[in-house]
Write a protein that binds this ligand. Sequence first.
Ligand code: ADP
Length: 278
Amino acid sequence: MSDCTHDCSTCGSNCGSRDKKSFIKPLHKKARVKKVIAVASGKGGVGKSLVTSLLAVRALARGYRVAVLDADITGPSIPKMFGVHERARGEEGTIYPVCSKGGVQTMSMNALLEHEEDPVVWRGSLIAGAAVQFWTDVLWQDVDIMFIDMPPGTGDVPLSVYQSIPLSGIVIVTTPQDLVEMIVKKAVKMAEMMHIPVLGLAENMSYFACPDCGKKHEIFGASKAEELGKKYAFLATARIPIDPAVARLADEGRIEEADTDALAEIFAQIEGAREIKN
Ligand code: ADP
């Protein structure tokens, strides 16, 4: 291995000088991934998977080779949004990612289940293990930017994913009515503990733009994006509107056709984020 930075938190290599306290797991030995961005939220249902998908779509449109690792094992929604329904192929120690129409490499629990509708009723340690296996056992091919749809919350499962996968940065997703400040504080603390930069805060369902009068209605309460962005010195913030059209595209597996302009600022931070070592 060349150019050791002695920072095991950004390195997936399993070399002899690895910090023995580091829990980072090595990537599949033939896989290559330059940047890894975790998309996290305090709870489920706030649009974390949608934001993950939109960021991936934006990266794809800009010519990057993109992957999405769906670490939300019990609520996997990435395959549906990308219209991917095949099961993953695998052989001894290797699982092949499933590609979307536009070429996004994906891996999700759904791709391994006999029936997509089967629930996953495992204990936390197994769930975390499966998410980490998507990192260690999948042959990700020359990926410029991988997005990880994190398990919601700040409990044991997301923690072990944070500890096991080297990250370039985190994007936090909230909604205005979420207990935003507490969740943001927790996520920021967790990121600090792991020495991972928070690249941006995406406030989803921030407002609804009336198609008739153009007025922005803050359906779920006043936006806190700007205030929190300043308070925690986030590099970028985004306000994503409630948009029935995007919900339809997500439902129909056509998210690659969605408009991603609301995430421009956050994506610019991702483009500037550090690369990890393989
Ligand atoms: P999470 O990953 O946080 O559980 P999802 O991304 O799966 O949440 O979103 C939950 C549901 O809400 C999905 O059906 C999604 O299409 C819809 N949704 C999320 N954000 C928006 C939005 N801004 N406008 C319209 N529908 C949205």
